[in-house]
Design a protein around this ligand. Structure first.
Ligand code: GAP
Length: 539
């Protein structure tokens, strides 16, 4: 039976990634280690570029977001407060026949260890009852390996942001609404890593926690909370935005980001989490999906897509948890709110007070605080609101670097077949990366290797561009072969130094040919203009 088309495509992608040095299996010489991947020379550049585009878009180009780089191992109390110690688990089952260990919620997708390469749960052996398997990797800090020394490798970067909320707010002199963003490694002991790098055990996240005022505060200050059309970008942030407008804003901002690095809207999908799927603290979550070759298909046969990023409205859950567990206040004081509250009619004050009280009480009771204590604490919190104090709510766009790399690789992969005059056809691979993320921005190629004047000029051009962007020098083989190698690496521009560069036609002295990867078109440019021309296209 023929392999499904998309599996063939994934196999080709995996093989290209290894052959060209995008992705290698970690510890390959020892047989590999399941769920861990290394990035080779081209992959490392691609990853660096992706992280830089994210950091620039989310932090440097905004006035309302500050950056953070926190440690991977943190106080284990953080993971108690966040709920990861008690609830961050997958249901695991064992097969009594093949001894495989699987996620109970994915039994239709798991590879059977008896024929790992071929069958998908073909082994219909009897399974054990599901049991919770905590996904956090555990270690010990210090020389004594007892319970008091247990620590965890962080399973998400987000919690460090909440724990450092006050420090960052104070040192960056930000005021709500504002965000804190971080890129870094995360670790999850996934029961079944799968789909190449898509679900790994060590991966990187790019997360923003964007802190906003609770809707009751917005209503007190502005009279009402802005309503925004249910779809589309709601425009520039407005002071009267509540959580729904901010949530929609971040979904659309993130889609624009993906479009800006080459993933068109048609390649993306959306999943609005149902109430049953939502985490208990989340008010809404929208997942941005990419239509990977291994994604499932809908009834119409269209690829549905797999999660690239989740954008969650997490209420004030996280900061509240850290306030309770650490005993340190996480609230902010808002002068504008205090002033506005005093001018509100009594019924409005009562209405807002009651709604805030109800929300706080609901949160406290859900977190296991006993009813009487929860009422007392919620009363204090609502009294605080009337004095201009609240715990900020948060909108969290959380993206996976490795999933995005895989999406960019799958999106770039293009096969082109050319037939020569003699009717002989050849298929080559062109990796059509957006120039902003392409690992190599420009390749400099002397037309011939054995002409010292051409080589010297080419080295001069290479030295000029390499200080500005990642560049590659190649003089080995025919020019056609060299173009083909750069096409496979995804290099958007090749610069060729020929005899005209040296002045064979005086009017073309010190000009070079630029060849465009995607259509093979060529144009001539003075060497003096080259760096600026390239920079305008690759940044
Ligand atoms: N702080 C929220 C959070 O961590 P998540 O949906 O569990 O939310 C966010 O993870 C993103 O991290 C996902 O959308 C995905 O891109 C990436 N991610 C999560 N688990 C992953 C894994 N095992 N391998 C690769 N990427 C993963």
């Amino acid at each position: 039976m023929a392999e499904p088309k998309e599996n063939v495509l994934m196999e080709k992608i995996v093989s290209l990634c290894k052959r060209r040095g995008f992705v290698f299996q970690s510890s390959e010489i020892y047989g590999g280690i399941n769920g861990f991947w290394d990035y080779g020379p081209l992959g490392a550049e691609l990853k660096r570029n992706v992280k830089e585009t994210w950091w620039n878009t989310m932090i440097r180009q905004r006035e309302d977001v500050a950056g953070l780089e926190a440690t991977i191992i943190m106080s284990p109390k953080i993971w108690e407060a966040s709920g990861h110690v008690s609830t961050f688990s997958d249901p695991m089952i064992d097969c009594k026949t093949c001894k495989g260990r699987f996620r109970a919620d994915q039994t239709d997708e798991i590879p059977c260890p008896q024929k790992p390469s071929k069958c998908v749960n073909e082994c219909h052996g009897e399974k054990t009852a599901p049991r919770a398997f905590n996904l956090m990797f555990q270690t010990y800090v210090g020389p004594v390996q007892d319970d008091s020394a247990v620590a965890y490798l962080r399973p998400e970067t987000a919690q460090a942001i909440f724990a450092q909320f006050k420090n960052v707010m104070e040192t960056s002199r930000q005021k709500v609404p504002f965000g804190i963003a971080q890129i870094g490694k995360a670790f999850r002991n996934e029961v079944t890593p799968r789909n190449y790098t898509f679900r790994s055990r060590e991966f990187e996240q790019m997360e923003l926690e964007f802190f906003i005022k609770p809707d009751e505060a917005i209503e007190a200050i502005h009279g009402s909370v802005a309503t925004v059309p249910p779809t589309g970008h709601p425009g520039e942030p407005q002071p009267n935005w509540g959580w729904q407008a901010w949530h929609q804003y971040w979904v659309e901002e993130r889609v624009r980001y993906y479009e800006g690095i080459g993933l068109s809207r048609q390649t993306l999908g959306f999943h609005i989490q149902t109430p049953e799927e939502l985490a208990h603290y989340a008010r809404a979550t929208v997942d941005i999906l990419y239509k990977f070759p291994f994604s499932k298909r809908d009834e119409k046969g269209e690829l549905k897509g797999e999660e690239l990023e989740g954008i969650a409205a997490r209420s004030d859950f996280d900061l509240s948890q850290h306030a309770r567990f650490s005993g340190k206040p996480m609230g902010v004081f808002d002068e504008e709110l205090r002033g506005a509250w005093g001018k509100l009619p009594k019924e409005k004050q009562d209405d807002l007070w009651r709604r805030y009280y109800e929300n706080r009480k609901k949160y406290l009771e859900k977190s296991g605080v006993e009813t009487e204590l929860a009422s007392k604490q919620a009363t204090e919190d609502a009294n605080g609101l009337a004095k201009g104090q609240y715990i900020p709510h948060v909108i969290e766009p959380s993206a996976g670097v490795d999933r995005l790399i895989l999406a960019l690789i799958a999106n770039a992969y293009t096969e082109e077949t050319k037939t020569d005059d003699k009717g002989k056809s050849e298929t080559t691979v062109v990796m059509k990366f957006h120039p902003r993320v392409a690992p190599i921005k420009v390749a400099v190629l002397p037309l011939l290797k054995n002409k010292p004047e051409l080589v010297a000029k080419a080295r001069e051009v290479y030295d000029l561009v390499r200080t500005q962007m990642n560049s590659f020098y190649d003089d080995a083989g025919s020019i056609g072969r060299r173009y083909a190698r750069q096409d496979e690496a995804g290099t958007p521009y090749c610069v060729t130094i020929d005899f005209e560069t040296l002045g064979e036609k005086p009017e073309l002295l010190n000009t070079v040919t630029i060849r465009h990867r995607d259509d093979g078109k060529q144009e001539r440019l003075p060497i003096g203009d080259l760096a600026a021309w390239l920079l305008a296209r690759v940044r």
